[in-house]
Design a protein around this ligand. Structure first.
Ligand SMILES: Nc1ncnc2c1ncn2[C@@H]1O[C@H](COP(=O)(O)OP(=O)(O)O)[C@@H](O)[C@H]1O
Ligand SMILES: CC(=O)N[C@@H](CCC(=O)OP(=O)(O)O)C(=O)O
Length: 255
């Protein structure tokens, strides 16, 4: 499960999300959590006098800004997530994509600076943590084999983790799912419909990155991916595969 958007500003959502994760664990499901924090990172960069812009939903991240980027995402927010988990009775272990050889990053484009695309490497650490009844809480900071740190979009980080675990993927944000031009929830999207909605400007900004990450996960895993709200996560408990948001299926997906 991946949480992003205003999650860090909403204490009620945090409590109910982690309570739901605890219930899922008690029901015998293993859960790994990936988190974003773009809004909090933006606020910290601004407070420190850095200008920060996004290109097609990805934050341009000069290497000299990486201490702040990593400080917020892998530091403050990752540890806050571990504390929230503890309040729900879960023992979380906060890690990054760079830990345990989970992933190796590749620079996306020189003009974006240290923005990385994560290639999955080893699920060993995740399996060991979950086997020990610990909940992995993963931030979207990665590295390459030369030791350069990268800022990874958290939806892409979640896709990487789901493919390592062959796990069902839930991308949970502050919207109920993908919305149409009348702001109505779209129950199901496939490749051609996504392309159409992106071309017509109905899907924009961070949602473009999110649907593309969901498409990639659906293709790799051969199963549907959910885009929904962390507010609805408790509904998932009774029926894990119930769709409360938008279900994404991509070519190669076999039902
Ligand atoms: N068609 C759409 N449906 C829903 N949200 C959309 C759409 N197009 C753009 N958005 C925007 O995308 C945002 C979610 O993407 P993003 O902010 O990157 O989420 P997160 O931080 O959870 O990854 C929504 O809050 C909304 O402002
Ligand atoms: C490269 C890139 O764009 N990285 C993201 C990482 C955080 C993120 O994705 O947070 P949300 O899920 O809350 O949006 C960023 O800097 O905002």
């Amino acid at each position: 499960m991946k949480v992003g958007g205003d999650f860090f500003e909403d204490e009620q959502a945090q409590a109910s999300f982690f309570a739901s994760v605890a219930t899922l664990k008690n029901q015998g499901h293993n859960v790994a959590i990936v988190h974003g924090g773009g809004a909090q990172l933006q606020a910290q960069l601004t407070a420190l006098g850095f200008k920060s812009e996004k290109h097609e939903g990805l934050r341009i991240s000069p290497d000299e800004q990486m201490p702040v980027v990593a400080g917020v995402l892998a530091g403050t927010l990752n540890k806050k997530m571990v504390c929230m988990a503890a309040q729900a009775g879960l023992t979380g272990v906060g890690i990054s994509l760079a830990d345990g050889n989970l992933a190796v990053c590749e620079e996306v484009a020189p003009m974006l600076g240290a923005v990385g695309y994560p290639h999955p490497r080893s699920a060993k650490l995740l399996h060991q943590l979950m086997h020990a009844n610990l909940t992995p809480i993963i931030c979207s900071i990665g590295s390459d084999l030369n030791g350069r740190l990268y800022n990874v979009n958290a939806d892409q980080a979640a896709t990487c983790i789901s493919s390592l675990l062959y796990a069902d993927l839930y991308l949970l944000s502050d919207v109920s799912g993908v919305l149409d031009e009348k702001k109505q929830l779209i129950a199901h999207l496939d490749d051609s419909k996504i392309q159409q909605l992106v071309n017509s400007g109905v899907i924009t900004d961070g949602m473009i990155v999110k649907v593309k990450a969901a498409q990639e996960a659906s293709r790799t895993l051969g199963k549907a991916v959910q885009i929904g709200s962390w507010n609805d996560v408790s509904i998932l408990i009774d029926e894990l595969h119930r769709n409360t948001g938008t279900t994404i299926t991509s070519s190669g997906f076999l039902s």
